[in-house]
Design a protein around this ligand. Structure first.
Ligand SMILES: *Cc1c(COP(=O)(O)O)cnc(C)c1O
Length: 448
C-alpha cells in the first residue's frame, strides 16, 4: 500500500497561513527534544504496521472509510491551536464552523430550523437523542428493531429508560405489524428508526412508521449513523428513497460524519427538529466561562470538552464537497452502491454462496453454501482467515438463522445465529477493484 504524502506539502502551506494570523504576538516557541520526539514517533509508526490496511480497497470488511486528505489536513492544521468547542472562548472560530457544518447537515435532512451539534461519535449522539426523548415522554418505553445498533439497548440501561426490541421482517427491516402490536399497549414514547443498520445496511420502513403516528402518539428518532449521507442519492431501491424522502418529519436524527462523511474518528452529529429542546440542557456550570451572550455549544451538549479540530475538518470538507444531490460527494456514494450491487449479483449467481439478503445500501452479506447453519458458520470463519492471508480483508457477523432459512428453506437450522461474511463497500474505489476482490475470493473458496 502506498501512503498518500502530497497532502503534507499542502498542510505546510496551510500552517504558514495559520501563522500569519498570529504575527503581532511576541515570539514564542514550544521547546522539546526533537531527536527524542523523532525516535518515539518512528517507534509508533512501526507499531502501526500491525493494523489492517484500512485505506486500501482490498480492505472490504468493517465500516472503515479513510478520511479524505482535506479532512486530515484540516484536522492537523487545527491541532496547532487545539480549540475546544465546549465554550466560545475555548473555540471561537471552530464553534462558528461547527454551527455552519451542522446547519448544512440539518438542511440536507430538510430542516431550515434545528438544534444540533457534533459529538464524539454516533453512540454519544444517540445517547443525547434518547435522553431528550425521555425528557419529552418521561418513563415511556423506547423501541428499536432487533437489527438496530446494540448500543440503543445499553444507552437505555444507562439512562434507566425501559427498552424493547421490535422483530424484523424477512429483509431485516423493522416489522411494522409487530411495532403496531406494541404501540397498542400505549406505553411507547419513542421509536428508533434505523436508516442503514450496522450489520446489513437494512432500512426501516419510515413511511409506514410515520403513518402510525395518526393513531398513536410517539416520537421518532432516526439512527442513520451509517447511512445518513445516502439522503443525497436517489438511485437506491424505492423503499430506501421513500424513507429518506421523509426525514424532515421526524424529531431527531443521528449521522456519523466519521463513517461515510470522510472524517477522522471523533465526529458524530445529533440534530433535533425542535430547537426548543435546548431547554432540557440547561445548566449553570461554574467552570464554563461565559464570555458572550451567544449560545455556547457547551450549553446544548452533554459532553463538555470536544475537539474543535473535528469541526474544522468537517467544515473544510463540506467546502470542498458541498452536500448536494448528484454532487461529487454524492457520486462517490453512488459508486459504493454500484460496487455493492455488482458484488452482490456475482455472489447471487454463484452456487458456492448463499446471499440471504438483497442489500438496501452498500453493505453485502453472504456466506459459503452448506447443509446446516453451523456448517455455514464454520466455513464463513475459514473464509475470513483464508482471505486475510491473500490480503483480502473481510468481516464476519452473526445473523439470525431463521432469516437464513426463510431465504434457503433447505438449510438445516442447528444454531440460533449463523456466522456470515460482510463487506461494507464504503470506498468509491471498491467499484474498480471488484474484479481483484472477486479473483481472491474465488481462489480462497476453491481452496477451502
Ligand atoms: C456505527 C453506528 C452507531 C454507533 O456509532 P459510533 O460512532 O461507533 O459510536 C450507531 N448506530 C448505527 C446505525 C451505526 O452504524
Amino acid at each position: 500500500m502506498t501512503i498518500e504524502m502530497q497532502s503534507i506539502g499542502i498542510l505546510e502551506k496551510a500552517m504558514h497561513k495559520l501563522a500569519e494570523g498570529y504575527t503581532d504576538l511576541p515570539e514564542f516557541q514550544t521547546e522539546y527534544d526533537q531527536q527524542r520526539a523523532e525516535d518515539v514517533l518512528l517507534l509508533a509508526a512501526e507499531r502501526m504496521w500491525d493494523n489492517y490496511p484500512y485505506p486500501h480497497p482490498l480492505y472490504a470488511g468493517q465500516m472503515l472509510k479513510p478520511p479524505h486528505p482535506v479532512a486530515r489536513m484540516a484536522y492537523m492544521m487545527a491541532m496547532w491551536i487545539n480549540p475546544n468547542n465546549h465554550a466560545l472562548d475555548g473555540g471561537k472560530a471552530s464553534s462558528a464552523m461547527e454551527k455552519e457544518a451542522v446547519a448544512g447537515i440539518a438542511k440536507m435532512f430538510g430542516w431550515q430550523e434545528h438544534l444540533g451539534h457534533l459529538t464524539g461519535g454516533g453512540t454519544l449522539a444517540n445517547l443525547e437523542a434518547l435522553w431528550i426523548a425521555n425528557q419529552v415522554h418521561p418513563g415511556k418505553k423506547i423501541v428499536a428493531s432487533q437489527q438496530a445498533h446494540y448500543t440503543h439497548n445499553r444507552i437505555c440501561g444507562v439512562l434507566q429508560i425501559p427498552f424493547e426490541s421490535v422483530a424484523v421482517d424477512d429483509n431485516a427491516r423493522m416489522d411494522v405489524a409487530a411495532l403496531e402490536e406494541k404501540l397498542k399497549l400505549g406505553d411507547i414514547g419513542t421509536v428508533v428508526v434505523t436508516l442503514g443498520t450496522t450489520a446489513v445496511g437494512s432500512v426501516d420502513p419510515l413511511p409506514e412508521i410515520l403513518a402510525l403516528q395518526d393513531k398513536y402518539d410517539f416520537r421518532i428518532h432516526i439512527d442513520s449513523a451509517y447511512g445518513g449521507y445516502y439522503k443525497l442519492v436517489d438511485t437506491l431501491p424505492s423503499n430506501v428513497c421513500d424513507a429518506f424522502a421523509l426525514t424532515h418529519r421526524v424529531d431527531s436524527i443521528v449521522i456519523d460524519p466519521h463513517k461515510h462523511g470522510l472524517q477522522p474518528y471523533g465526529c458524530g452529529c445529533v440534530v433535533f427538529k425542535d430547537p426548543e429542546v435546548g431547554r432540557f440542557y440547561k445548566h449553570d456550570s461554574p467552570y464554563t466561562y461565559f464570555s458572550s451572550e451567544e449560545l455556547h455549544l457547551g450549553e446544548i451538549s452533554l459532553e463538555c470538552s470536544r475537539a474543535g479540530a473535528s469541526a474544522v475538518a468537517l467544515w473544510t470538507t463540506m467546502q470542498m464537497f458541498p452536500l448536494q444531490a448528484s454532487g461529487e460527494f454524492a457520486n462517490g456514494l453512488v459508486s459504493c452502491r454500484r460496487a455493492a450491487e455488482a458484488f452482490f449479483s456475482r455472489l447471487a449467481r454463484d452456487d458456492r454462496f448463499i446471499t440471504p439478503l438483497v442489500p438496501d445500501m452498500d453493505i453485502v452479506m453472504w456466506a459459503p453454501k452448506a447443509m446446516s447453519t453451523s456448517e455455514i458458520s464454520r466455513l464463513s470463519d475459514q473464509t475470513f482467515h483464508a482471505a486475510e492471508k491473500q490480503h483480502l480483508y473481510l468481516a464476519t457477523f452473526s445473523f439470525p438463522s431463521h432469516l437464513i432459512q426463510k431465504a434457503y428453506p433447505e438449510v438445516v437450522v442447528d444454531s440460533e445465529y449463523t456466522t456470515c461474511l460482510r463487506s461494507s463497500l464504503m470506498k468509491p474505489e471498491h467499484l474498480d477493484w471488484l474484479d481483484r476482490i472477486w479473483h481472491i475470493l474465488d481462489k480462497v473458496q476453491n481452496e477451502l
